[in-house]
Design a protein around this ligand. Structure first.
Ligand code: BG6
Ligand code: MG
Length: 219
């Protein structure tokens, strides 16, 4: 009997399908500069993939700030980020990103977005790729953000695919942690010091080889 269990590929959005990681960084940097908080590109690496609130808490590094100030700062950074999306269009998909999603579909996989961002629907719309996905789980879908497995489990639930039959493509350490915690196959996109703990690792989105991943022989 052929194996007819459905399989799925769940794609992170920021840093995998488009380079909004840079725009998130610039938003946080502007806020940090305005509030005289120490922050730079290197410190930003630790924020990759974290939710808006977790990002701000990491940026604050233990500094005590009351809740209304936290809310105001998150809102301001989000305003800078959303403003920076004004000119985004289909050309802002990362090289190979659309082809990778289409390849997953061609291989018979269901495909979903698993993004921590509450702005994921806007970004998908701007890129013109919203229709490619069978389901979207984003920052509005679950309470516990990555590295908790909840977001990817929600994507699998929406797709009707067992967690063990899902592959996650991620650029963040916290996202790889979340995929592994969900019992899914983790594909890391980026350097080994960031995503080397994934089951498979590729330098760039364009390099991801689903043929190898779906065959299931991690090197
Ligand atoms: C993730 C990004 O996808 O979404 C993070 O990697 C970002 O940098 C997080 O903080 C939350 O995004 P948003 O748009 O809800 O502030
Ligand atoms: Mg990401």
């Amino acid at each position: 009997m052929p194996d007819v269990r459905p399989r799925a590929v769940i794609f992170d959005l920021d840093g995998v399908l488009t380079d909004t990681a840079e725009q998130h960084y610039l938003g946080w940097q502007r806020l940090a500069d305005e509030e005289s908080l120490p922050f730079d590109r290197a410190a930003n690496e630790a924020l990759r993939g974290l939710s808006r609130r977790e990002s701000l808490l990491a940026l604050l590094g233990g500094r005590e700030v009351d809740e209304p100030t936290l809310e105001a700062w998150m809102e301001r950074k989000n305003r800078y980020y959303v403003e920076s999306l004004a000119d985004m269009g289909p050309a802002d998909a990362l090289p190979g990103a659309v082809e990778l999603v289409e390849d997953a579909r061609r291989r018979g996989c269901r495909v979903a977005i698993g993004s921590s961002s509450k702005n994921a629907p806007i970004v998908l719309d701007k890129l013109g790729i919203a229709d490619l996905f069978d389901a979207v789980a984003d920052g509005n879908s679950v309470e516990r953000a990555k590295p908790a497995p909840d977001l990817f489990l929600e994507a699998a639930r929406l797709l009707g695919v067992a967690a063990g039959d899902c592959v996650v493509v991620e650029d963040a350490a916290s996202g790889v942690d979340a995929a592994l915690a969900a019992g899914m196959t983790a594909v890391g996109v980026g350097p080994a010091d960031r995503v080397g703990h994934a089951d498979y690792r590729f330098d760039r989105t364009a390099d991801v080889d689903l043929g190898v991943v779906l065959q299931g022989n991690p090197s």
